[in-house]
Write a protein that binds this ligand. Structure first.
Ligand code: BT5
Length: 244
């Protein structure tokens, strides 16, 4: 996919602007901001995105092959691409994925992902894939005890452009695989990098062991009473003994 990259010094949110442009823009358009004044996570949570400290960007996917099923897999495509890019740039093979949308190292959240799609009827016509990667922060506000940056956890200072380029190369490969083969191969790779599977987790008032994924990307949790399924986006899943 071709990526026109537009860089902004400051913007409210790269996801918010790309959603406004999505109808007219071309597949692959990428918005990158040095800082965001209203960066957002899931459920409208705030995403801290200060100037020069991270890679804050959003990529547009506009493809005839988008469907309800495969659009739900884009968050996992982004997770694979972000984990892959950071592994490649730092050499750290213990960078993992906390289901569904966090990149983690040493039990700290290095990056988060927010994918949002525009529908015509039931069919997604575009999806905006937003990625925030903490790069150089030395410390975070006390309200973010689980946040870490690539620098704080590896000692390596990556340049945002290098991270975005490595991400986009992997993202293109994985998106093509998702659109042509569906979510199954992507989820298989996610399982290999997962910091969640096998752990004791709590989702809402359910506590159990993260047992695997369903084809739509939902997480199977094995509890004393049997198996429960939680959907990405429904609830926060937390490890009982830490963030992962
Ligand atoms: C996410 O949401 O992790 C998705 C974050 C997506 C951010 C990107 S940046 C580019 C694009 N434009 C946007 O406006 N958004 C996207 P969620 O899983 O809901 O996690 C949000 C929670 O993470 C917050 O409630 C905080 O607890 C925590 N948090 C906020 N800022 C953080 C940061 N910089 N690093 C680590 N954790 C953070």
């Amino acid at each position: 996919m071709d990526h026109e990259i537009r860089r902004f010094e400051q913007i409210d949110s790269t996801n918010a602007l790309l959603k406004k442009l999505a109808g007219e823009a071309d597949n692959g358009l990428t918005l990158w901001a040095d800082s965001q004044t209203a960066g957002r996570g899931r459920l409208d949570r705030k995403w801290v995105s200060a100037a020069g400290e991270g890679a804050w960007f959003s990529v547009l996917v506009k493809d005839e092959r988008l469907s309800r099923d495969n659009a739900a897999g884009l968050v996992f495509v982004c997770a694979l691409a972000a984990a892959g890019a950071l592994r490649q740039l730092t050499g750290r093979t213990d960078i993992g994925i906390k289901w569904p949308n966090d990149i983690v190292l040493n039990g700290k959240k290095l990056a988060g992902i927010l994918c949002e799609c525009g529908l015509e009827g039931e069919k997604p016509v575009w999806c905006v894939c937003g990625v925030g990667i903490n790069l150089t922060q030395e410390r975070f506000d006390d309200s973010l005890p689980w946040a870490g940056s690539v620098k704080s956890e590896t000692g390596i200072a990556c340049a945002p452009r290098d991270v975005i380029e490595a991400f986009l190369a992997a993202f293109d490969r994985e998106t093509e695989r998702l659109l042509s083969q569906g979510t199954a191969p992507i989820l298989k790779d996610i399982a290999g990098l997962s910091a969640t599977l096998g752990k004791t987790v709590r989702a809402g008032d359910i506590t159990g062991t993260a047992a695997g994924f369903l084809p739509d990307g939902s997480l199977r949790i094995q509890t004393a009473e049997g198996e429960t399924v939680v959907h990405a986006g429904d609830v926060s899943v937390r490890g009982l003994y830490g963030y992962v």
